[in-house]
Design a protein around this ligand. Structure first.
Ligand code: ZN
Length: 317
């Protein structure tokens, strides 16, 4: 069987996570060809550079193309002017990760926030395909997002658009449920992330019931009809509805694609649509709210899209 042009590797995507680094080689149709995972170094920046360079070298060797373009999604923001990374959970804080990777490995290497990669992936022949304004909302260990308009990430001086996790909780709900304003990893208090992330659901349960339960435990108990768990989940959905209402006010997306661990909750897309309907202003067209098409592989796929076919898209370094 001979390989067609479309089977040839064209780009690589790397998803840099807190515990593992996943590298995937893609063909021209963005079909994954090969994937490799290595552990993420936890303490030294030099070790992180070594590990990422090793993945880039592996991708290029597998592709037999020494200048194969590679995109990298990272769990943090990248200053689009200085190229420095702002990452809470990696030994790269304040380091020019993109510049250092390019200097060491050559070729085209582009970095973007992993939530932006997710949004780009789902907007490109994924669950957001065919919609002009797509919001990718990640509900995982943190709460983040990305905005894609007409196929490209929404630009800005900080490449920040979509970082909704650090907007403040809605005052009416804080008052209604007497929610304490908890400190957030960003340095502020009372951010949406403190209650809407996976760990946030556990905190919400603690605040409302005094019990410490993990998000999967709570969701399973709510689904099986347990009253206390159901009440916590209902408040959690109410907070999510307010976040979606804010998204609609600020961006009016056609489509919101859910990602991250909590997006796997059965029926969450429908539950979010109902929660938004409760919170939204009257007589608005509702966005389509969807589960992801590519799920966990959107990280590498979105990173690959940073360097495929539209070189000006996203950000460099
Ligand atoms: Zn915050």
């Amino acid at each position: 069987m001979s390989a067609s042009m479309s089977d040839a590797p064209t780009c690589g995507g790397i998803d840099l996570g807190g515990t593992k680094i996943e590298a995937t080689l893609f063909d021209a149709t963005l079909t994954p060809i090969k994937t490799r995972r290595v552990a993420t170094p936890q303490t030294e920046y030099a070790d992180l550079l070594d590990a990422l360079s090793g993945e880039i070298a592996w991708l290029r060797a597998e592709a037999r193309q020494s200048d194969l373009p590679v995109g990298v999604g990272i769990p943090g923001l990248i200053d689009p002017v200085t190229g420095c990374s702002h990452t809470a959970n990696l030994p790269a804080k304040g380091k020019p990760l993109g510049t250092d990777l390019m200097a060491r490995n050559g070729g085209t290497i582009r970095l973007a926030n992993d939530c932006k990669c997710f949004a780009l992936s789902e907007a490109t022949r994924g669950a957001g395909d065919g919609y002009r304004t797509v919001f990718g909302l990640i509900l995982g260990t943190g709460l983040g997002g990305g905005v894609v308009v007409d196929g490209a990430l929404l630009p800005g001086p900080n490449m920040l658009a979509g970082e909704v996790g650090h907007a403040a909780l809605p005052a009416p709900l804080v008052a209604q449920h007497q929610l304490p304003l908890l400190p957030c990893g960003c340095g502020r208090k009372g951010c949406f992330e403190t209650y809407l992330s996976g760990a946030g659901m556990t905190r919400l349960c603690q605040v409302l019931t005094g019990q410490s339960r993990t998000a999967p435990d709570l969701v399973a108990a709510a689904a099986s009809g347990e009253t206390a768990a159901g009440q916590v989940f209902a408040v959690w959905l109410q907070i999510a509805g307010e976040l979606l209402h804010n998204l609609q006010l600020h961006l009016d997306p056609d489509c919101i694609v859910l990602g991250g661990g909590l997006s796997k909750i059965d029926g969450l897309d429908h539950a979010f649509s109902e929660a938004l309907a409760q919170a939204a202003l009257p007589a608005l067209r509702a966005p389509v709210i969807s589960k992801p098409e590519f799920g966990d592989s959107s990280g590498t796929r979105g990173a690959a899209l940073l360097v495929r076919s539209a070189p000006d898209q996203g950000m460099t370094q």
